[in-house]
Design a protein around this ligand. Structure first.
Ligand SMILES: [Mg+2]
Length: 278
């Protein structure tokens, strides 16, 4: 029988959303019940997303509309991770942001010293850091300014490494990783990525919440992001088979998740069983 100690010892659960708690507008059976029950089980939780084009408040509204419990402290995006990361590693730095207005306001809330306005316009000639996001409001001026600063030695930080953002009916949108590839081609400078699967995403959450990495559990449906981020950060990983990963894909994976459930209802059963057995 599987040793559940590492899972049950976790204090903080990080949940991927699409494919884990719901698919589009269809909420999975038992997902809301699990989230409502976690505080009673003595567990904290955060909804985690790599999407750096939307604000945390957009996710709060969406999750509540679907019926999930959600306060501001329960949502963490790669944009917010960037704000935390900049404050931890580049305190007081001047920053040029190439991102959406939602990302811009997020960094303002973190007290970041932005040199540009919401549309990417600036008159300064040098900055300490260029930050790139999944910029669905991209205009040429932002690419031009980002290249200019990177060629003059600015550090290059990117919110999330995704090449594309999946859309309904098999469509995709070019995401942050693709925009960064353009900037790297123009400057020779490679970005430091924050979002999943890079451990920075969990490291900043550990710092922010005071929970050690090994007491954090990442729950998700993708091996190469949700599970990989936990493995890279020394955290516990839970794969659910309710999204894009099949049993065959798990069997063929180089590194196995710590725990596998058919869906989050299965995870709930285990957490509940442990609590009633005490
Ligand atoms: Mg997912």
């Amino acid at each position: 029988m599987t040793d559940l100690t590492a899972l049950l010892d976790c204090e903080l659960f990080l949940f991927d959303m699409d494919g884990t708690l719901y698919l589009g507008d269809e909420v999975y059976d038992g997902a809301i019940e699990l989230m409502e029950d976690l505080p009673r089980l003595g567990k904290r939780y955060i909804y985690l997303t790599n999407n750096s084009s939307r604000a945390g408040t957009d996710y709060i509204a969406r999750l509540r509309k679907l019926g999930f419990p959600c306060e501001a402290e329960n949502v963490f995006t790669s944009s917010m991770a960037c704000g935390q990361y900049l404050n931890q590693t580049h305190p007081g730095a001047s920053v040029y942001l190439a991102g959406t207005r939602a990302f811009y306001r997020e960094l303002v809330d973190f007290g970041i010293d932005l040199v540009n306005d919401e549309r990417g316009h600036t008159d300064v000639d040098t900055v300490d850091v260029v930050v790139q996001g999944f910029d669905t409001e991209l205009v040429y001026e932002k690419l031009d300014r980002a290249c200019h600063f990177l060629r003059r030695g600015a550090a290059f930080v990117a919110a999330n490494p995704d090449w594309v953002c999946p859309m309904p009916a098999g469509e995709v949108l070019p995401d942050c990783g693709s925009i960064c590839a353009l900037l790297t081609a123009s400057t020779g400078v490679e970005p430091f990525y924050i979002g999943k699967p890079n451990r920075a995403m969990i490291d900043v959450i550990a710092q922010m919440t005071g929970v050690a990495n090994e007491r954090i559990c990442a729950v998700g449906d993708r091996l190469y992001t949700d599970i990989a981020v936990a493995q890279n950060a020394g955290s516990v990983s839970v794969l659910v088979l309710s999204g894009e990963t099949t049993r065959q894909m798990v069997d063929e994976a180089e590194r196995q998740p710590d725990y596998i459930f058919a869906d989050v209802a299965g995870l709930h059963e285990v957490l509940k069983g442990a609590s009633s057995g005490c």
